[in-house]
Design a protein around this ligand. Structure first.
Ligand SMILES: Cc1cc2nc3c(=O)[nH]c(=O)nc-3n(C[C@H](O)[C@H](O)[C@H](O)COP(=O)(O)O)c2cc1C
Ligand SMILES: CCCCCCC(=O)C(=O)O
Length: 347
């Protein structure tokens, strides 16, 4: 099995350079993109010994969905730019790995088809759906109903995008639209037209309350970095948070996610689960995030690299590599399960 950076090198060879830049790039000077990985490297593990961790179990649970390991797949747009089978290949690999795929609202494959592919690959796969709330609530509701009918088990509302981040590589490359033949399939309205995703700086906690009233499924917020917002989310009845800076693609110089995590863990005090994404490339990163208070981590770009390098098998390679490295790190830290990891193991 190759490392994620080896898979990224293969993906880079295979992808159109403009599309590679879309996936790899981030906002502004890309400081937050780099900070996410650097913040993991800066932290060291202080392992425990002689704790009898011969039998290890990586399984966990998040808002009612079982995960075979504490690693899920964060939503990423446009998988058919990376591989002709796009989200279908991703969904099969993730379902076989027994973890959660968060389907991007900006997928290039319809959520119904993604759900069918996942069900062909595994019994009872766990799909969640990422939502950008739209200024037209009726349209948002129609997308929610569509995703519910397809069988998703939770909604992840991305709240770090009141406006679109300035991705300078995309501006330089003139990458603004999908090539002919590809569309954002989840944005088709009842008449078969495809709407544009609209960002709006006008959303408030009222809109979160509206979504909680509109669906009975769990609602997680993605892109929370300030502890006060985490407290407000608990008060608003939100079911979980994704500690995320959108892989550095929104606010450049935003705090790295693992630097933000301890204060968020303190703020929610176990009331709701935290998922961290951004910069997770190794099992040691997974273990550091869990020790600092996350229930699971999400990976974005690594899955795209696997998909571009080798389709479904490439995504499997990424996930199995992370599973194997996480298990190995747990053993070396004297932990039999994610629940054995505590903050004192990280400095
Ligand atoms: C190419 C790409 C597309 C993304 N698309 C979405 C998206 O549609 N919705 C969303 O909430 N986040 C999106 N993200 C952010 C990811 O969900 C995630 O927060 C980020 O990739 C984590 O960082 P990592 O790539 O270092 O793992 C995207 C990220 C990338 C790299
Ligand atoms: C207008 C399409 C918006 C796609 C957004 C995808 C995304 O979140 C990203 O980071 O890229």
């Amino acid at each position: 099995m190759r490392t994620i950076s080896e898979l990224e090198a293969v993906a880079r060879e295979r992808l159109d350079p403009v599309h590679y830049d879309f996936y790899a790039g981030a906002a502004g000077d890309e400081l937050t993109l780099r900070a996410n990985e650097e913040a993991f490297s800066r932290r060291v593990l202080v392992p425990r010994v002689l704790r009898g961790a011969a039998k290890r179990d990586l399984a966990t649970e998040l808002v009612g969905s079982p995960l075979s390991m504490p690693v899920l797949v964060s939503p990423t747009a446009f998988h058919r730019l990376a591989h002709p089978k796009g989200e279908l290949a991703t969904a099969k690999a993730v379902a076989k790995a027994g973890t959660v795929l968060v389907v991007s609202m900006a997928a290039t494959t319809a959520v119904e088809d993604i759900a069918d592919a996942a069900r062909q690959a595994a019994t009872d796969p766990a799909l969640w759906f990422q939502l950008y709330l739209q200024p037209d609530p009726e349209f948002t509701e129609s997308v929610v109903r569509r995703a519910e009918r397809a069988g998703v088990r939770a909604f992840v509302v991305t709240v770090d995008s009141p406006v679109f981040g300035r991705r300078e590589r995309d501006h330089r490359n003139g990458f603004h639209d999908l090539p002919p033949g590809l569309v954002v399939e989840n944005l088709r309205d009842g008449l078969g037209r495809v709407r544009d995703i609209e960002m709006s700086a006008g959303f408030t906690w009222e809109h979160v309350a509206w979504l909680k009233r509109t669906t009975a499924l769990p609602v997680l917020l993605k892109g929370v970095l300030h502890p006060e917002d985490a407290r407000l989310a608990v008060g608003a009845g939100v079911d979980g948070l994704v500690v995320s800076n959108h892989g550095g693609r929104q606010l450049d110089t935003a705090v790295s996610t693992v630097d933000a995590l301890p204060a968020l863990a303190e703020a929610v005090a176990g009331a709701i689960p935290l998922v961290l994404d951004g910069g997770v490339r190794r099992g040691t990163d997974v273990v550091k995030a869990l020790a600092l208070g996350a229930t699971a981590v999400g990976v974005g770009r690594p899955v795209v690299w696997g998909l571009a390098a080798a389709g479904e098998e490439g995504v499997t390679e990424v996930l199995e590599r992370l599973r194997e490295e996480t298990d190995h790190t747990l053993a070396l830290c004297g932990a039999a399960a994610p629940g054995d990891l505590t903050a004192d193991l990280v400095r």
